[in-house]
Ligand binder design. Structure first.
Ligand code: EPZ
Length: 429
């Protein structure tokens, strides 16, 4: 198993290209199931989760070809991948595949909409919490699907097709909103979704579906209206920049000090997180093609944050912000409201010398003047990268084990940080 070795102490200076968003690419790829035409996605990041989803979609009959190979001179330009689901050969998503990646459960929406049936394994729990699927079931039932649970599978059927309806989510869910958008696009009549997720990735999916011929209005607000259409066609769509990768590198710069331009991204994708970073002492400015993050001289100020659905502070940046706060001049409180068990990084940060105590959903982080390198490991993607951020300032050597978590969501992490002066390398095997 690969590991990442870091020698802390170097400030970051230079340019980091931001990749296409994992959490946009995954639902966009799944949307290819909705049409027998070709959906071409540009700026697809090279990540383990993307490769895994390609395998899962292949099981349903989606062919893909990759074009526009990345040139060495254009490290930021992601791949262009053409997805074609000419015929859906299998409407079952088996446990062996779904259990590897929760987002693959989302195939239930397009399969039901296009084939009027789907048999999809329940994803099960995962490292960050129980993550149930009740909202998907209720939403799809509102569109006329009959849903049973049989031997660990959700068996869904909509004889004669899905029918538009009004549905109010009792709780905001990104995945269930994605699924309702895809399902309602091919339902008969109008669907109105209330209390929809407002994440930029939802807007990106809606834009792509509209380019495919869907009629969706209001994405990015809590009320989304979808007029169902008979069929969708192919389209060409560019995956939006990864706001979590952007925020992660911005926090790394705030941690080490230095001056880095994050290229190919947008500040409006993560305003709340950038405000928190500004309060902590980083300077952030827009540039023509991204943003500049800068911190020189002054210390890190403690800032309290509470995670919330967009436009709130993203849960996917909570671990990274906590890493930053371990070096603040004072005490910060970090409250996690989205997932009940997303604090696995606390014990590992403590191994580097961080002073953090947990009380329910809140972490109290008392900044310390120094962290000291150690071997660490993490059990999810964002927790892993928080250890990298801490390792960048820890004295001596930090070795982050189980790098496969990082590879799920960060494209060429060690290369990007290394190019800005970090002493970081991957140790294979
Ligand atoms: C998406 O997960 C992201 N994944 C997550 O990113 C992200 O942390 C999360 O949204 C919140 O922003 C992808 O986009 C692939 P939710 P998702 O449904 O859709 C509860 C990462 O690190 N819930 O918005 O699965 C759920 O348990 C990942 O890249 C129900 O109760 O998240 C949670 O408490 C991790 N019933 C809350 O809603 C349901 O049926 C929000 O989850 C569905 C969800």
């Amino acid at each position: 198993m690969d590991r990442i070795r870091i020698r802390g102490g170097n400030a970051l200076n230079g340019t980091i290209p931001i990749s296409g968003a994992k959490n946009a690419a995954l639902p966009l790829m799944i949307a290819s199931l909705l049409t027998d035409d070709t959906l071409t996605l540009e700026n697809v990041p090279h990540l383990a989760d993307v490769e895994q989803l390609i395998r899962i979609l292949g099981n349903h009959g989606v062919d893909y070809t990759v074009s526009g190979k990345r040139l060495a001179t254009q490290p930021a330009s992601g791949r262009t991948i053409h997805f074609t689901a000419r015929t859906i050969v299998d409407t079952t998503a088996p446990y062996e595949l779904v259990s590897k990646m929760r987002a693959s459960f989302w195939v239930i929406g397009p399969l039901l909409a296009r084939c009027h049936k789907a048999r999809v394994s329940l994803p099960g729990g995962c490292a960050i919490g129980t993550r149930p699927v009740d909202l998907f079931i209720d939403g799809l039932r509102a569109l006329g699907a009959e849903i049973d649970i049989d031997a660990g599978y959700i068996v869904a059927e909509a004889k004669g097709g899905l029918v538009g309806n009004r549905y109010t989510f009792p709780k905001v869910s990104v995945g269930a909103t994605h699924v309702m958008l895809m399902a309602a696009s091919l339902a008969r009549g109008e669907t109105v979704i209330e209390n929809a997720a407002r994440e930029p990735e939802i807007v990106d999916l809606a834009r792509c579906l509209n380019a495919m011929g869907a009629r969706i209005e209001g994405a990015g607000t809590s009320t989304i209206t979808i007029q169902g259409v008979e069929a969708l066609s192919g389209a060409r769509h560019r995956v939006l920049p990864d706001r979590i990768e952007t925020g992660t590198y911005a926090m790394a710069v705030a941690m080490t000090g230095g001056d880095v331009t994050l290229e190919g991204t947008r500040t409006d994708l993560l305003q709340t997180a950038l405000t928190a970073l500004g309060d902590a002492g980083a300077e952030i400015t827009d540039t023509p093609n991204g943003m500049r993050v800068y911190r020189n001289g002054n210390g890190i100020r403690p800032v309290d944050v509470v995670t919330d659905p967009f436009p709130g502070f993203p849960t996917d940046l909570q671990a990274q912000f906590m890493a930053l706060m371990t070096r603040a001049d004072g005490v910060a409180h970090i409250t996690e409201t989205i997932f009940e068990n997303r604090f696995m990084h606390v014990q590992e940060l403590a191994r580097l010398g961080a002073k953090i105590s947990l009380s329910g959903q809140m972490a109290r982080v008392e900044g310390v003047p120094r962290l000291v390198g150690a071997p660490v490991m993490a059990t999810d993607l964002r927790a892993s990268v928080s250890l990298v951020i801490a390792g960048l300032v820890a004295e001596g050597e930090t070795v982050v084990n189980r790098v496969y978590h990082l590879d799920r969501g960060f494209e060429r992490l060690e290369e990007k940080l290394g190019a800005c002066g970090a002493e970081i390398e991957r140790i294979s095997g």
